[in-house]
Design a protein around this ligand. Structure first.
Ligand code: PMP
Length: 428
């Protein structure tokens, strides 16, 4: 398969864009080779500018739960586009999406829309600090919460992959307000809370981690965090940018029945358009400007095209049987991959929750960043290259989640497992 046009496009892009990309993991540094440039997408498939087709397990890094270019979303966005692209004046579609979001996510009475997951988390943390009058934030190694200053500390996939877990340009004083703990270790949380006590404004986590690969919470972990934060008067913040509307209409909190004070959303809620959101109980949300003293704003926030794409997407996933089908498809894929890997003699962990999964080249279960970091990145790079050459687009880093969409059908799953069988065979 020739990727000559992509190679040329990348060389041209590098002249004008640092590293040739607008977000680092796209550059393929962790797996070698040049990135492919995409021309179009349809359903489970993408096509690069050389005309090669791939089954896509990145799905825009999570948003495209219906696959590429779903008719229902395109049609409604096309109609809305004819009325104009942005106003900065209230529109009814904002309320319509807000209503849908709070009806699905149990702990949210109100929501504010922003333009990215980073913005959602950054604003939720400011709100938590404003509400509690405290400054420290507890986060977990390997959880990624966007690239805002205070949260870019041991932040999983992108940063960890490049061996620079902390970014240059983040003042130490900011990072000092962030307390780092190992994921799934309730005792460490209790010790830290005892020590820091009344300084902790918020404890934030991905309730199911996707950013060190997929790592589910240990039995009782989320419940334990809920109890500790209630005792301490700190807010519990679930970053459901990845898991929201992905693990079910109610996100991870709906699945595990543990409810945070604030929830951050992104990805699926925007149906492939730039949307983030955060929300929670009314008594907290009323502190936001213009009702309260916590300032937050955005020229393009609640953009009507983005709201429309989100609403069309959430309407589709709310249909009966949607998640049962999606999760069953994912389970078939995951089972197939695991058995092919083992047949070829590889010791792997295929960790899956709902329609997110990671194939770790790791002999032991991955429960936190330390164990994720022991995965064999060299083997993963070979796997990635082999899959790409056979028409399967895998996320270009070992510590990422793969996403399955409702457009992935039996035929795509079968082809993926067959491609993996061949790749494992060549690697063995
Ligand atoms: N939180 C989580 C859990 C995420 O996965 C991401 C993005 N991968 C973000 C926050 C940041 O979102 P964005 O890239 O839209 O700024």
């Amino acid at each position: 398969m020739s990727q000559e046009e992509s190679r040329k496009a990348f060389a041209e892009a590098r002249k004008y864009l640092p590293g040739g990309v607008n977000s680092p993991v796209r550059a393929f540094r962790a797996v070698g080779g040049d990135p492919v440039f995409v021309r179009r997408g349809e359903g489970a498939w993408i096509e690069d500018i050389d005309g090669n087709r791939y089954i896509d397990y990145v799905c825009a890094w999570g948003p495209l739960i219906l696959g590429h270019a779903p008719a229902a979303v395109l049609q409604s966005v096309r109609e809305r586009l004819l009325s104009g692209t942005s106003f900065g004046i209230p529109t009814e579609i904002e309320t319509a999406l807000a209503k849908k979001v709070v009806s699905c996510v149990e702990s949210m009475d109100q929501v504010r829309f922003v333009n990215s997951g980073t913005e959602a988390v950054m604003s939720a943390i400011r709100l938590a600090r404003g509400f509690t009058g405290r400054s420290k934030v507890v986060k977990f190694s390997g959880c990624y919460h966007g690239h805002s200053d205070a949260l870019l500390v041991k932040a999983g996939s992108g940063a960890a992959t490049f061996g620079t877990p902390d970014s240059a340009g983040v003042p130490e004083a900011f990072a000092r307000e962030t307390v780092l703990l190992p994921f799934n270790d309730l005792r460490a949380v209790d010790r830290a809370m005892d020590e820091l006590g009344k300084d902790v404004a918020a404890l934030i986590l991905e309730p199911v981690v996707g950013n060190m690969g997929v790592v589910p919470p240990a039995e009782g972990f989320l419940q334990g965090l809920r109890e500790t934060t209630l005792r301490n008067g700190s807010l519990l913040v679930f970053d459901e940018v990845m898991t929201g509307f992905r693990l079910g209409p109610g996100g991870a909190q709906g699945l595990y029945r543990v409810f945070p004070d604030l929830t951050c959303l992104g990805k699926v809620v925007g149906g492939g358009m730039p949307v983030g959101a955060f929300g929670g109980r009314r008594e907290i949300m009323r502190l936001l400007s213009p009702e309260g003293p916590v300032y937050q704003a955005g020229t393009l926030s609640g953009n009507p095209l983005a709201m429309q794409a989100g609403l069309a997407t959430l309407t589709e996933i709310d249909k009966p049987g949607f998640f049962a089908f999606l999760n069953r498809t994912t389970q078939d894929l995951v089972n197939g991959l695991a058995s092919e890997a083992r047949r070829a003699g590889f010791r792997v962990q295929v960790q899956c929750v709902g329609s997110m999964f990671t194939l770790f080249f790791n002999p032991d279960p991955v429960t936190d960043f330390e164990s994720a970091d022991r995965s064999d990145r060299g083997l993963f790079a070979r796997f990635h290259q082999g899959m790409l050459a056979r028409g399967v687009y895998w996320p270009p880093s070992q510590l990422e989640a793969c996403f399955v969409s409702s457009a992935h059908q039996e035929a795509e799953i079968g082809r993926t497992i067959e491609a993996a069988r061949q790749v494992f065979e060549t690697m063995a």
